[in-house]
Design a protein around this ligand. Structure first.
Ligand code: ADP
Length: 755
């Protein structure tokens, strides 16, 4: 054994530090102690240790950070570091190994393990073996995550884009399909809000889906548009679902997206082809004889091609018009220009089976070597006529007000609902400019908007994202929603507007939004409480390990070295064991209090108790914690309060332990009790750190622990919740007066017992 090897122990817990020192000294090592990261660093530089034992959680920083600093300085770059910590989570261990520790010990540890680790590190600082250990540990740790690895390979190679985001929408992971789909590489989006993919200026359904997911809902397929890196838009079908951690808490969201742009394009091509279906074509000479027909003609009229060619064209004309037809024909041959036939007439045609149907015919002439021929493009408009009739019916039956406007902005047609909605007599609006329905403040821009629409007419809501208003005849305004669609009539396009009065809905929406906000706030609070609760549980398990380490270690030490230890030192060690036992006791009490709070069963039974007895009892209970403080008691004589003895004891114990914990050794803690008009006021006053104004309310919440300098003191955040809830359950109140840097005064106002 290299008895002159020096070990630097960096741990802020005095018990653990002392225990480690004794164990190492007994084995012949020279030990240096440090209680903070800063002290650890400077001791490492000026004592040149052979090994460093490092606690993870230090009052001024964490062990991993300190390790990096040690590595960065030439003098300490190669010193082997052993992490000694209560953190046993695989992720923590991995982080430590990756940061370059040579060993990892979890508290409570066995003295023999500690010595073995130190001996190995001293014996082989050149660390080829350490390197092997580290690799082995990392492999072992990653073994635990083999499923996760396989899973992530599946995700990575999936053909759908799979993106995970935090609940506030920050991208956490981004697979290859997402790269292909959106054109961003993972390193360009991870850490950024997923909303960079939302085309600007519109409502983003994905953002809304994320909110619902945070509340626990899985949002199945919906379609939305995303903007790619190159600025083009794609249509995607998306589903979003919550990701939960091992406790079942929702921590993130997973979004799966599939490109449906092609499907959309195909659909519209299809529609386009349908709309562009060629007409039936019939070519006739100046005698009216049919020369040529196409397949559509056969289909439309029910003749074979051969039955038509060579026949007089009148075969296709209904009997009642046949007589007049040759005259018309001749007329066209005299002035042959491309034009629709029979302007303003309702044209009809006759099928082979004698049935008659409405048509539209467009004529043009062709010069050939056989002379002039006329070609007629014949379109069956029965569908359209029927549709028109249906349309009229529809317009009048529509739930919305319908206004149809011609290309010049004149109203062509309105339904009864529109007249009623805008307050006009039936028929009064037709022929007037549509701007009469628009409030004056929007009137000027309106014709411009109309022209823009005409240039790119498609079905869409009007004024996306804008609040629209209609103007009644009497000058009053009302909120509306308008959906526009182009209406092809002949060569020109009219615009049909479906208008809905949304005043009622707007009011309902406002109410709903408020309700939604409240719900969201409530769910945020629940999440916060949940987070605090799991923090509490991990704090408790961490806090349990430290005194256990001390108890086990000191006891082992005494057993092994009983004879070699002097009487005085033995007593000191046993006292340490007792102290650690007390710390465990406190934690168990906190845990019990915690369960009582959670169950909401405080089991209060009130009785008359002299305040002096209560104070004395509490002081006896916390005597050890108050050892290093002056205690000053000033009670008005013969005060008797109406309290539950067990509950009030927890209140005082918590206040006194906090006072000791958050004020410097040697300072005074005062306990005062006075009778006020209708209450007995008992105050616990310390001259400690004080509590910032903005935290004074929050510290009474369950599990809440102040964020500032006191955050690293031992504790679970339950104490003051107990103080408040127990006091109130006894019909009392808690008041706090505190100034940062001067101290705090907690006052409990209790009900007096009437005698
Ligand atoms: P714990 O002490 O276990 O953290 P408590 O509920 O007792 O939980 O206290 C909550 C927080 O209030 C503490 O973390 C501390 O920051 C603050 N606090 C409580 N008492 C005092 C005090 N006397 N002086 C300063 N800060 C205090």
């Amino acid at each position: 054994m290299s008895s002159d090897a020096r070990v630097l122990v960096i741990d802020d817990d005095p018990d653990v530090s002392l225990l480690t020192r004794l164990q190492l000294e007994n084995a012949g090592y020279d030990v240096v102690e440090a209680a903070s990261a800063a002290e650890g660093l400077s001791r490492a530089l000026d004592t040149a240790p052979d090994v460093v034992l490092l606690d993870w959680m230090l009052p001024d920083g964490d062990g991993i950070g300190l390790l990096a600093e040690l590595r960065a300085s030439a003098a300490t770059a190669d010193v082997p570091v052993i992490m000694v910590t209560a953190r046993s989570h695989a992720g923590d261990q991995r982080a430590a190994w990756e940061a370059g520790v040579v060993d990892y010990l979890t508290k409570p540890f066995d003295g023999r393990d500690l010595l073995r680790c130190v001996r190995d590190a001293v014996a082989d600082p050149a660390s080829s073996r350490q390197e092997a250990r580290r690799r082995e540990a990392l492999e072992r740790l990653s073994g635990r995550e083999v499923d996760t690895d396989r899973l992530s390979a599946v995700v990575e190679h999936a053909s759908d884009a799979i993106v995970t985001t935090s609940l506030d929408g920050t991208v956490l992971t981004w697979n290859r399909a997402a790269e292909t789909l959106c054109g961003y590489r993972a390193d360009e989006v991870v850490g950024r809000p997923v909303s960079v993919l939302a085309p600007p200026g519109r409502h983003d359904p994905l953002a809304e889906a994320l909110e619902r997911v945070a509340a626990g809902v899985t949002v199945p397929h919906f379609e939305t548009v995303r903007r790619r890196k190159d600025g083009t838009d794609i249509s995607v079908s998306v589903s979003v679902s919550p990701i939960r951690d091992e406790h079942g808490h929702i921590t993130a969201a997973s979004t799966i997206a599939r490109d449906i742009t092609e499907r959309k394009a195909e659909e519209s091509l299809h529609r386009g082809l349908l709309e562009a279906a060629p007409d039936a074509m019939v070519v006739v000479d100046d005698t009216g004889t049919i020369h040529l027909v196409n397949a559509q003609t056969e289909a439309l009229f029910g003749y074979e091609r051969d039955e038509l060619v060579g026949q007089a064209v009148e075969i296709l004309v209904p009997e009642e018009h046949r007589g007049a037809h040759p005259g018309h024909r001749r007329g066209y041959f005299i002035e042959p220009r491309t034009r629709p036939m029979g302007q303003d007439l309702e044209l009809t045609a006759r099928r082979r089976d004698g049935s008659v149907f409405p048509v539209e015919i467009s004529l043009s002439s062709i010069e050939t070597e056989r002379g002039r021929l006329v070609s007629a493009a014949i379109r069956d408009v029965s569908e359209r006529k029927a549709a028109e009739a249906r349309f009229r019916g529809l317009v009048d039956a529509a739930p919305d007000a319908m206004v149809i406007v011609d290309p010049h902005g004149r109203i062509e047609l309105v339904n009864a609902q529109a007249d009623a909605m805008f307050g006009y007599e039936r028929g009064e609006l037709v022929g007037r400019p549509v701007e009469v329905l628009v409030p004056p403040r929007f009137r000027e821009q309106h014709p411009g908007h109309r022209r823009t629409y005409n240039e790119q007419a498609r079905v869409r809501p009007m004024g996306a994202g804008l609040e629209l208003y209609g103007l009644r005849k009497d000058g009053s305004e009302f909120p509306v929603e308008i959906s526009l669609s182009p209406l092809q009539t002949g060569d020109s396009v009219s615009i049909s507007a479906a208008i809905r009065d949304v005043s009622v809905r707007k009011r309902a929406e406002a109410v709903q939004t408020a309700a939604f906000e409240r719900e969201r706030e409530a769910s945020r609070r629940l999440r916060e409480v949940d987070r605090l609760r799991s923090d509490f549980l991990s704090t408790v398990s961490h806090e349990l390990r430290t005194p256990l380490t001390a108890i086990r270690g000191f006891a082992d030490l005494l057993v092994e070295h009983w004879d070699a230890t002097e009487g005085e030192q033995r007593r000191a060690l046993v006292q340490r064991i007792a102290g650690a036992g007390l710390r465990l006791d406190r934690l168990i009490e906190d845990l019990l209090d915690f369960t009582r709070l959670e169950r909401g069963q405080l089991g209060i039974e009130l009785g008359a108790r002299p305040v002096a007895d209560l104070v004395e009892e509490a002081l006896r209970h916390v005597a050890v914690s108050l050892e290093r403080h002056e205690v000053e008691v000033d009670l008005e004589p013969s005060l008797v309060a109406l309290v539950d003895e067990a509950a009030i004891a927890r209140v005082f114990v918590n206040l006194l332990t906090n006072a000791a914990k958050f004020s410097p050794a040697g300072s005074t803690i005062s306990i005062r009790a006075v009778a006020t008009d209708d209450r007995i006021a008992v105050s616990v006053i310390d001259r400690g750190s004080g509590i910032p104004e903005e935290e004074q309310d929050r510290i009474f919440e369950r599990f809440y622990r102040a964020q500032g300098g006191t955050a690293r003191r031992p504790g679970t955040g339950v104490g003051l919740a107990i103080v408040k809830e127990f006091t109130e359950a006894q019909g009392g109140e808690v008041h706090l007066r505190s100034t940062v840097g001067e101290g705090s005064e907690f006052t409990i106002r209790l009900r007096p017992a009437r005698t």
